[in-house]
Design a protein around this ligand. Structure first.
Ligand SMILES: O=C(O)[C@H](O)[C@@H](O)[C@H](O)[C@H](O)CO
Ligand SMILES: [Zn+2]
Length: 299
């Protein structure tokens, strides 16, 4: 039996931390603080954080094969030059929906950048429904729209054989799967693989491990859960000392550590006394399972 250890490695006080991504080349964790319009890079060796502020809420960040990063900011897919903080717009979506912004995003095994949108929230999980859509940015900067009517587009990842795309629309309280065609980037045959239980609250960010099991961060549930998408069973629950856990990824040596982001917004002063580390970045060790390296955008 492995012994699980959970520690807050960075007390960043994120209003809404999200999109943790491990960058092996720099031994760093990238993540965003959405309403703070900030992309952060925490060096796990020096413990130093670098921060770049963008001009709109930034909801996800990903590696780029050419160097630097890509990010979703407002309703734009952008390239981000880390050295000088400059951005270049690669594409824009939802131009007819002024109140929309991107939410979670991730690069697929072929180098396409997937990300979905949502209406801006007036409070956590309070928003105009069915305004979002799911998109991907191809390496040639062409945008493909998959479907709309999304409430809160959230966690996403691909199966180890690249034949399944897993996806969360938070307010459906479901983790869904689609057949995936890696060659074309097409998805089909949507089905649910897991419905959240009441005390698990809202499914948010998600990542797959090296055994093909899914890890889902439960917003308001203060936990990450491990699911077997083949059987629809929950295999494990790992509780954290903060309630608004938003997303998770594997990183560190051989991707044997899990990093979890969380939010501080929406917790009253009384609540913050009980969870002073809300908005920090957490590291979980001793899970006994590894993750995968993130893919980098190919455009
Ligand atoms: O982290 C995200 O993905 C959203 O942008 C957040 O706002 C929360 O998920 C949401 O409030 C709960 O559903
Ligand atoms: Zn999210």
């Amino acid at each position: 039996m492995s012994s699980i250890k959970i520690e807050c490695v960075l007390p960043e006080n994120c209003r809404c931390g999200e999109s943790p991504v491990w960058e092996e080349a720099s031994n760093s964790l990238l993540f965003v603080d959405i309403p703070a319009k900030r992309v952060c890079r925490w060096n796990s060796l020096t413990k130093q954080v670098q921060r770049v502020t963008m001009d709109a809420p930034v909801s996800s960040v990903a590696l780029r094969q050419k160097g630097g990063y890509v990010a979703t900011s407002g309703t734009k897919f952008c390239a981000l030059n880390w050295e000088d903080g400059s951005t270049v717009v690669l594409a824009q979506v939802d131009q007819d929906k002024k109140n929309n912004r991107f939410n979670d995003g991730k690069v697929d095994p072929a180098g396409r950048y997937f990300a979905g949108t949502m209406a801006e929230e007036t409070a956590p999980a309070v928003l105009e429904r069915h305004q979002g859509a799911l998109y991907s940015l191809f390496p040639n900067h062409h945008v493909k729209k998959y479907f709309d009517q999304v409430d809160i587009s959230n966690g996403l990842d691909w199966s180890l054989d690249h034949k399944i795309f897993y996806y969360i629309d938070s307010l459906s309280y479901s983790v869904d799967a689609f057949d995936y065609d890696l060659q074309t980037g097409h998805i089909s045959k949507r089905r649910s693989v897991y419905k959240l239980e009441k005390d698990e609250h809202i499914p948010d960010g998600m990542c797959i491990d090296a055994e093909g099991k899914l890890w889902v961060a439960c917003y308001n549930g203060g936990r990450v859960i491990r699911l077997d998408p083949a059987t629809g069973k929950r295999l494990q629950t790992v509780k954290l000392p903060v309630e608004k856990t938003t997303s998770c990824c594997f990183g560190g040596k051989d991707y044997s550590e899990m990093y979890v982001t969380c939010a501080r917004d929406g917790i009253d002063p009384q609540g913050l006394l009980k969870q002073p580390e809300a908005g920090g970045v957490f590291k979980i060790t001793g899970l006994g399972v590894k993750g995968l390296a993130p893919y980098a955008y190919a455009g």
